[in-house]
Write a protein that binds this ligand. Structure first.
Ligand SMILES: *[C@@H]1O[C@H](CO)[C@@H](O)[C@H](O)[C@H]1NC(C)=O
Ligand SMILES: *[C@@H]1O[C@H](CO)[C@@H](O)[C@H](O)[C@H]1NC(C)=O
Ligand SMILES: CC(=O)N[C@H]1CO[C@H](CO)[C@@H](O)[C@@H]1O
Length: 649
């Protein structure tokens, strides 16, 4: 406890120091974190273009491109203090800016030899067919997209639809932002998710990196369309009352030099740590030097860019464990002992950076939501900065999907351990909010597969028709798919997440085109055609997922205190608990149904069925009468004063 206090108070004083110096030198953190307004290229109202870069290792800096016929040395930047460079380009004689919308640009720099670079602040980069690297495109449209809709208010609790734009179609291709607006947003709305979480938006040269090897932090991936198309997507989501989170990768950066941030000024230390500390041994990527002033400017301004320019409503911070510790979590397991979280292994620069990020976001955008992807379970991660916490709103409950996969892989149906399942779902830090999920994109990746496929495997190709009698495998798989989701949703956290397609039991796995699979898009897509096919059972799973969300919306169990579990029966495989004045009853038994089953309740009165996974429209057997009413009896049972008999489970 002593080291806990020391470590947290040290971080806090460091961040106070940062605030004071930022106020002094940069005119306040609002100004500092809006540096995207001065770095990169900017057109003044008189059409003069102002350019600014930070490249401390460069011996000279130039602008070259279509506008000067790729003349390497004709447009030098002027060196300024602290490794900064500036260039001003007057308008052409006809009054138009010196660089046209959509023309190609490069930063040319001398670092012992002449190198071509893309500005770290580039807002649009594309790849032409014949090129191996990306080009920096000057984005200055005559009529930029103007958002029509305000941000919706922050939802009571997030129900998140995690999505990737490029795979959001059944076709073997890269799908577009426009496709997403037309085909996916209506589904997200209908399913009752109130929050969309977009992955792979920040430009990444390597598609198969799933967006996690970012090359251009300020550019919306041009694979899916233009910056305006993405703005339209966020705007449309807002019009439907859905907030949009961005999967934010500040934990590392692609090691590409020509189209990435690596060696921007010709040295290995510009944005990153020099030497081994600057390299992630497992990911082969570069690690930011968070103690550097200009790295803070870059990353904090990056957060604000996506909030201000695109109207995002918050972020899922990727790779937080890698940031928090010098060991990056590689080869380390966490048992929960405090000495694992507080000690010299903690990277305090990164901790302070995360605190600053959360502080600025919550201060400037009170409704902003931040979620940490942390497997370590760092205490205080989701407590306010004023208390010495890191200031996130939520953490991902990453142990839960691992548990489901492990059970489906290793445990026979009749051996499921109810105690272990409930323990995994409820073992979370009190006072810190968790986003719970049965499976995310992680579990869908090649090498693993979706829960539906674990459950029903090859029979999904032949036996999913609702016109034939369910085979035992499909029957069991359908029922467990629903039970696993509802149990996770209702018991596991203060928010829920689903990866696109899994709501209807998407089969197979995800694999992006790459050399190892002949550049195939066969598994880099989501087969929404399955749920659109009237006679297939995917529709039944979809209907259950939708009604599960709507029931949550009505009763708000995610925003209620933790559940009170009354029954955990290993032999019957029954779990019973209460949350938000709702009684949840699960029967996981592979063969037995029970009639006249006594359940304990806290609140006296009449109970009615709100959601019944056994309904035929959800692929159930219709054995439980949905309109049955139950009345509590003053009969003490399982530590509660009241109970009643349910007719059948
Ligand atoms: C990180 O940046 C700080 C501040 O600019 C600098 O003093 C330090 O040497 C850098 N660290 C590494 C390992 O490059
Ligand atoms: C289920 O699929 C298997 C092949 O995977 C097939 O042999 C069997 O006939 C199918 N059952 C029904 C009822 O269609
Ligand atoms: C975000 C969303 O679609 N919420 C809907 C969830 O379901 C309820 C009905 O139970 C609707 O009223 C909400 O609009």
């Amino acid at each position: 406890a002593n080291s806990l206090f020391l470590s947290l108070s040290l971080s806090f004083s460091l961040s106070l120091l940062s605030f004071n110096t930022i106020n002094f030198a940069e005119g306040g953190f609002d100004q500092f974190t809006r540096s995207y307004q001065s770095y990169g290229v900017h057109r003044r109202s008189d059409s003069t273009l102002l350019l600014k870069e930070w490249a401390p290792g460069a011996q000279a800096l130039y602008l070259t491109g279509d506008f000067n016929a790729w003349e390497k040395l004709s447009h030098p930047f002027t060196p300024k203090a602290f490794g900064k460079w500036e260039l001003s380009l007057p308008p052409k004689p006809d009054g138009s800016p010196a660089i046209q919308h959509l023309s190609k640009l490069k930063v040319g720099l001398f670092h012992f030899s002449y190198l071509f670079r893309i500005s770290p602040w580039a807002t649009y980069v594309t790849k032409t067919l014949d090129s191996v690297t990306y080009d920096w495109i000057h984005w200055d449209p005559p009529q930029p997209y103007k958002c029509q809709h305000r941000r919706p208010p922050q939802p009571r609790c997030p129900r998140i639809y995690e999505a990737h734009v490029g795979i959001a179609s059944p076709r073997e291709e890269i799908a577009s932002y426009k496709n997403f607006i037309l085909d996916v947003l209506p589904r997200v709305k209908d399913l009752g998710y109130n929050c969309l979480q977009l992955m792979a938006v920040m430009e990444h040269a390597y598609y198969a990196s799933f967006g996690y090897q970012v090359t251009n932090f300020f550019a919306a991936s041009s694979r899916f369309g233009t910056p305006d198309d993405l703005k339209a997507l966020v705007d449309r989501a807002h019009s439907l009352g859905i907030i949009v989170l961005l999967d934010m990768v500040h934990s590392h950066a692609s090691s590409n030099t020509e189209d990435g941030l690596n060696y921007f000024d010709g040295t290995d230390s510009c944005f990153f740590h020099a030497g081994p500390r600057g390299e992630h041994s497992h990911w082969g990527s570069r690690l930011f030097n968070y103690s550097s002033w200009e790295v803070s400017r870059f990353l904090l301004s990056n957060l604000r860019w996506w909030m201000d320019e695109y109207g995002f409503d918050g972020f899922r911070f990727d790779g937080v464990t890698s940031m928090l510790y010098h060991h990056h979590g590689v080869g380390v397991s966490f048992s929960g002992s405090y000495c694992e979280y507080f000690g010299m292994q903690v990277d305090e620069d990164a901790v302070v950076h995360l605190m600053l990020s959360n502080y600025i976001l919550h201060k400037l955008y009170p409704d902003c939501i931040t979620i940490a992807e942390d497997v370590s379970g760092m205490p205080g991660l989701c407590r306010p900065i004023q208390e010495g916490g890191l200031g996130f709103d939520h953490r991902l409950a990453m142990a839960v999907p691992d548990k489901w996969i492990q059970i489906l892989k290793e445990v026979k149906d009749e051996d499921w351990d109810m105690w272990n399942i409930v323990h995994t779902l409820t073992n979370r830090r009190r006072g810190e909010k968790s986003i719970c999920y049965a499976e995310s994109h992680d579990q869908a990746l090649v090498g693993d597969k979706s829960l539906a496929f674990w459950l029903m495997d090859k029979e999904m190709y032949t036996n999913m028709s609702a016109l034939i009698t369910m085979t035992p495998v499909i029957d069991r798989g359908m029922q467990l798919h629903k039970l696993i989701r509802l149990l996770t949703h209702s018991l596991g956290g203060e928010g829920y997440l689903n990866f696109m397609g899994n709501e209807f039991g998407h089969p197979e796995w995800l694999d992006f085109p790459r050399k190892g699979n002949e550049e195939s898009y066969r598994y880099a897509r989501r087969q929404y055609n399955l749920v659109d096919t009237e006679h297939l059972r995917y529709r039944q799973l979809y209907a259950f997922d939708r009604d599960m969300n709507q029931t949550e919306d009505k009763y708000g169990w995610l925003s209620s205190g933790p559940a009170v579990v009354s029954t955990l029966d290993q032999a019957d495989k029954v779990i019973v608990f209460e949350r938000a004045k709702l009684l949840f009853i699960f029967n996981f038994h592979p063969s037995a149904s029970f009639s006249h089953y006594r359940v304990a309740v806290q609140h006296a009165g009449k109970y009615k069925i709100q959601l019944n996974s056994d309904e035929v429209r959800y692929g159930g057997h219709g054995r439980i009468q949905s309109d049955t009413e139950f009345f509590t009896e003053p009969m003490a049972f399982r530590n509660q004063l009241r109970s009643f008999l349910v007719s059948a489970i």
